[in-house]
Design a protein around this ligand. Structure first.
Ligand code: ADP
Ligand code: MG
Length: 308
């Protein structure tokens, strides 16, 4: 049996900090990412790629807001789906160019969340444009948006970041992987949907952490390896301090101990380590490494590995 690998790509795989998002620049980044992914594929694994979408969905929202007097604004789950399609297209093109004999497909993926998830009561995730305090009060009144100050940069809409409950298209993803297709799925953590009171799926204004969704997908497809590719080669304890120490192979207990001691920041390494620890507890391997060392990390020669 081939090893099944979930590859979760960080934001830097598509856009680097400071870049504005011109198509040619995003495509250049995706071309580079595709080369790293191809090296993992060449080690003989079956792969499903999960990616972030923060900057891309942010730009789609901004386009909607700027054009609202001419073109009706589309809801957040639609913007999320648009970003999955856009990024999926770039990945398919780049991957096909480096792996011509491989079938590559993007699955627009819905991630089910629980409508009673406490996150809906306390939206925390800033999205879309920045507004002044007055504008933000107006939007809260007009649209019922929850608004909040974002790190001194202005006011933004806040949405909930609920936990993923299930990947709706999981059986399709498995079917494709079992037939050798390289799948792109659950982009941006998935399009958030709930089951409404009639038992029907319905998109909701929320964003789901892509590392949590990658964990959910890994469990549901019974993956062997969860690999989170980001912009640092390793996880460190005392990160950014003079006594910073690189972590290589870790037991679940050691990883949990460092997690509890607060070595991993909340919005960045924290959710990655939490996902990896939970996956390793199933007796499997979770890896965090840089995008360019992905193939070496699969072979145990790079990155930080939590071995369950
Ligand atoms: P991604 O887009 O890949 O999800 P994030 O910015 O969310 O990227 O997370 C990666 C970042 O986590 C790194 O660039 C690093 O600055 C930060 N980080 C926080 N704590 C640690 C740690 N203990 N070890 C390594 N990186 C850490
Ligand atoms: Mg992140």
């Amino acid at each position: 049996m081939k090893q099944k690998v979930v590859l979760a790509l960080g934001g830097n795989a598509i856009l680097q900090p400071g870049q504005k998002g011109e198509y040619s620049i995003q495509k250049e980044n995706v071309d580079i990412s595709a080369k790293s992914i191809a090296k993992v594929a060449e080690t003989g694994c079956d792969i499903v790629i999960v990616h972030g979408n923060g900057p891309q969905v942010g730009q789609i929202l901004r386009q909607n807001e700027l054009a609202k007097d001419e073109v009706p604004i589309q809801p957040l789950p639609v913007c999320s789906a648009e970003s999955q399609g856009f990024i999926g297209y770039m990945m398919q093109e780049s991957l096909k160019n480096v792996l011509p004999s491989k079938q590559v497909a993007t699955i627009l993926t819905m991630t089910e969340v629980d409508p009673s998830d406490p996150a809906f009561k306390h939206p925390t995730k800033p999205i879309g444009s920045f507004y002044s305090e007055d504008e933000s009060k107006q939007l809260a009144l007009e649209k019922g948006w929850v608004m909040g100050e974002d790190a001194g940069r202005g006011y933004r809409r806040l949405v909930a970041s609920p936990n993923p409950k299930g990947i709706v298209e999981v059986e399709t993803i498995k079917l494709l992987m079992d037939n050798g297709v390289l799948v792109v799925s659950t982009g941006g953590g998935g399009i958030p949907v709930i089951k409404n009171t009639q038992g029907e799926y319905e998109g909701v204004a929320a964003v789901i952490d892509k590392d949590s969704s990658a964990l959910k997908l890994s469990k549901e497809i019974d993956a062997d390896i969860l690999m989170i590719l980001t912009d640092v080669p390793n996880v460190y304890i005392n990160y950014g301090k003079p006594n910073q120490e690189k972590l290589t192979d870790l037991t679940v207990e050691k990883a949990q101990k460092y997690y509890d001691e607060g070595h991993f920041s909340d919005g960045s390494m924290g959710p990655k380590m939490a996902a990896c620890i939970e996956f390793a507890k199933l007796g499997k391997t979770a890896i965090i490494c840089s995008l360019d060392q992905a193939a070496e990390a699969v072979n145990g020669e790079a990155g930080t590995r939590i071995i369950g």
